[in-house]
Design a binder for this molecule. Structure first.
Ligand SMILES: Nc1ncnc2c1ncn2[C@@H]1O[C@H](COP(=O)(O)OP(=O)(O)OP(=O)(O)O)[C@@H](O)[C@H]1O
Ligand SMILES: [Zn+2]
Length: 712
């Protein structure tokens, strides 16, 4: 091809750091379109960045084909990905790969969408003669009203296509009337709704509302005029488990055909279909987890990030982005209001509110007008415990059950016991791949590593000394379940943790069961603590959160405070006043004393002061340079070399071993990098990335930068 042919700059989907130039005789595709390009000995899919001067010194290959005639993402989202690549120092091609549905990365076309809702044409009266039972069934449903193709299986969709070809049906015009009527708002809710409705340009709101204050109703009523006007709302939740209830609330209000969900539990085909529907504007409310923040909307009008404090918004492998933080940037780029909601806002968000960056919306009272429960601190020192429970807590449980209510036990540790112990020699079996003890799952008679999944049989004798005095130490949910079943044999017990509940569907079923079982004991991990509305829980027992009080992770106390307030917030949401009992070996700990009143704010202020004194985020900007390898030596060699090549504008300490020093056979350590300001941190990191990749020591390790880290 001749030298006059224009060139285009592309990024290859995947982890390559640089961009590439190709020649194209075809009209140059717009930025954001996919191309197929020759690469190495094969072909790869790439994203067009824009026209570029043709390099003169190297042989430039030709584009093989152009896959899209229009950009996959609007300019604003392309800018979001460019920002995300820059901010987290992650290759742009890998960022695009994370942001797009998998099918598009494989080269599948964007599906041409047929209208999603159908109705019978008024000028036909189809005859049932010659139709099969399923066709008649579908026809009957059309006679009764509108049918959305979203809820149908592929054979029913095929039947719809046939009806369309026969001229029996047509696309139904969108219905935007609301279904379930909105609740009458109390005054703080009304103020919040009015403020959000009045915002039209970029404006972050922090909706700081106590547990049970009716934040969901605020979201729904803030959305309503937008949905009625045919606009779109993006609604992020931190975990798949929270999608079902949010979807149900939105569907009841706006109609199931206006609401769609997007999460990693869906098939690739399903995700692509929802993505395309959202992009063409035929979804009014898109509810999703992390990756939904990248879904394009035709007419975006509002972003909501519920439970904004939740660490699950941070991606833990690959591109280490925070979906909450990117949602904020998206709102800025799309010039939209965004609501961050929580009963326990992150210290970052509280700090931003203090600095006037977020508008302050408060809901100080419960919607039921019932008071928030106080938290009774129960000292465990010198007490005889039963299966780790104080008799006082057991007595309160017996009372609760006798009055026909539910008691909830929170224990954030799965399995029968967190470890095995040989009483003769003190040996504790550890995972051979991780620096952690193996958890005893008694029912399956297995030892299991909760970090890498390794399993082993339960030894009958100590592998170290041969003695047969092996027992469990500590208590997990499985062990507590056995004890509580024995203690309260006539009361149904519902355990909710990842060993018992494996899918979002199962979780939804289990939560439904909770609503219909009284009296009952509920027992679970953090899966049970988040955002659920349990009107019949009147006692909450917090069995053991002491670890959060002496963890080396500086975020542990914040997480502890949030968990305690969230779990406590499950109590007393219905007609009876709630009671919350927290067992601890550290009853005088200032954080527990701050939580005693049942409010989050005093604890959060105390934690913010501590962070300020210690010079920790959100007062300083922080990043980690992490490295791992199968032997420890190259990890430390790389980090020491990296330390030497990082400029003086950063305060750099380490190498520091990770909290979990070895995981899945890899030794892990990091450098702690601090900047006086965010921009100083970023300038220095941007300068460092290239030299780091060129260090000879870097070839023997896997390394990554974690900006605004959540895990250590
Ligand atoms: N204005 C209102 N009038 C009557 N009931 C209301 C009102 N607003 C909300 N509620 C009810 O209060 C209950 C709690 O609301 P919701 O679950 O939205 O609280 P929340 O603030 O999200 O709590 P959490 O942070 O604990 O999840 C729900 O049953 C809801 O229907
Ligand atoms: Zn392991």
């Amino acid at each position: 091809m001749n030298r006059e042919t224009p060139c285009i700059e592309v990024v290859i989907l995947g982890p390559l750091t640089q961009s590439f130039s190709y020649r194209s005789a075809l009209p140059l595709p717009a930025p954001g379109c996919r191309l197929r390009v020759p690469f190495g000995r094969g072909e790869r899919i790439a994203i067009a960045i824009g026209p570029c001067p043709c390099p003169q010194d190297i042989l430039v290959k030709d584009v093989t084909s152009v896959l899209d005639c229009e950009p996959l993402l609007p300019r604003s989202l392309q800018a979001l990905l460019a920002f995300g690549s820059h901010y987290y120092h992650h290759p742009l091609g890998a960022v695009w790969e994370t942001a797009l549905p998998a099918r598009l990365c494989q080269g599948h076309p964007v599906p041409a969408l047929t209208p999603t809702v159908w109705r019978l044409r008024s000028d036909t009266s189809p005859s049932e003669k010659g139709l099969g039972a399923r066709q008649i069934d579908l026809l009957q449903r059309l006679r009764e009203g509108r049918v959305a193709s979203a809820g149908l299986d592929s054979s029913d969709r095929q039947r719809l296509r046939q009806f369309l070809a026969d001229g029996w049906i047509e696309e139904a015009p969108p219905t935007f009337q609301t279904r379930e009527s909105p609740l009458h708002l109390h005054s703080e809710q009304a103020g919040a709704v009015a403020a959000i409705r009045a915002a039209s340009a970029f404006q972050p709101f922090l909706l700081d509302g106590v547990t049970g204050s009716g934040k969901t109703e605020v979201y729904l009523q803030a959305m309503e005029p937008l949905v009625l006007a045919g606009k779109q709302v993006l609604f992020l939740v931190p975990e798949i488990g929270l999608i079902t209830q949010t979807e149900a609330r939105c569907a009841a209000r706006f109609g199931a055909d206006r609401v769609a969900v997007y999460h990693s539990g869906q098939s690739d085909g399903e995700r692509l279909r929802v993505w395309a529907q959202a992009r063409q504007g035929s979804v009014s409310v898109l509810i999703g987890t992390r990756s939904a923040v990248f879904v394009p909307l035709l007419q975006p009008a509002l972003l909501i990030v519920d439970e904004e404090h939740d660490p699950s918004y941070k991606q833990h492998s690959g591109w280490l982005y925070s979906a909450r933080d990117l949602a904020l940037r998206r709102a800025q780029l799309e010039e939209l209001p965004i609501v961050l909601g929580s009963a326990t806002p992150s210290l970052e968000s509280l700090h931003n509110r203090q600095r006037g960056r977020y508008r302050d919306l408060r809901l100080r009272e419960r919607a039921s007008a019932k008071q928030l429960p106080q938290i009774e601190i129960l000292p465990l020192r010198k007490k005889r415990l039963l299966a780790g429970l104080d008799p006082i807590l057991l007595g309160a449980c017996a009372e609760t059950l006798a009055s026909g209510q539910q008691a909830l036990f929170f224990l954030n540790r799965r399995g029968f016991a967190p470890a095995l112990l040989c009483r003769a020699c003190g040996h504790v079996p550890h995972c051979r791949r991780c620096s952690a003890p193996l958890t005893w799952h008694r029912r399956q008679a297995r030892l299991r590593c909760h970090h890498c999944g390794l399993e082993a049989p339960v030894p009958s004798q100590c592998p170290d000394c041969g003695a047969s005095e092996i027992t469990g130490i500590g208590m997990g949910t499985e062990g507590l379940e056995d004890f509580l079943r024995e203690r309260f044999p006539d009361v149904p017990l519902l355990r909710i943790d990842r060993d018992e509940v494996h899918s979002a569907k199962q979780l939804a079923e289990r939560l439904q069961e909770v609503l219909h079982t009284r009296p009952a004991i509920l027992l679970g991990t953090q899966l049970l603590s988040k955002g659920h509305h349990f009107p019949d829980v009147s006692l909450v027992g917090i069995v053991d959160v002491d670890q959060g009080l002496y963890s080396a992770d500086f975020r542990a106390p914040e997480r502890l405070a949030q968990t305690v307030i969230q779990v406590a917030g499950r109590a007393g949401r219905g007609d009876t006043r709630g009671r919350v009992i927290l067992q601890t070996h550290l009853p005088e700990h200032p954080l527990l004393l701050a939580l005693q009143g049942g409010a989050y704010a005093p604890a959060a202020s105390q934690l913010l002061r501590e962070r300020q004194q210690a010079g920790l985020p959100p007062f300083r900007a922080l990043a980690l340079l992490q490295a791992e390898a199968q032997r420890a030596e190259p990890v430390y060699a790389f980090l020491r070399a990296a330390h030497a090549c990082i400029g003086p504008e950063l305060e750099c300490s380490g190498p520091i071993p990770a909290l979990l020093e070895r995981r899945a056979g890899y030794h892990r350590a990091y450098l702690w990098l601090e900047g006086k300001s965010r921009s100083a941190l970023h300038r220095a990191l941007a300068r460092a990335v290239d030299p780091l990749g060129k260090l000879p020591q870097s070839r023997r390790v896997r390394w990554s930068l974690d900006v605004d880290p959540q895990n250590f």
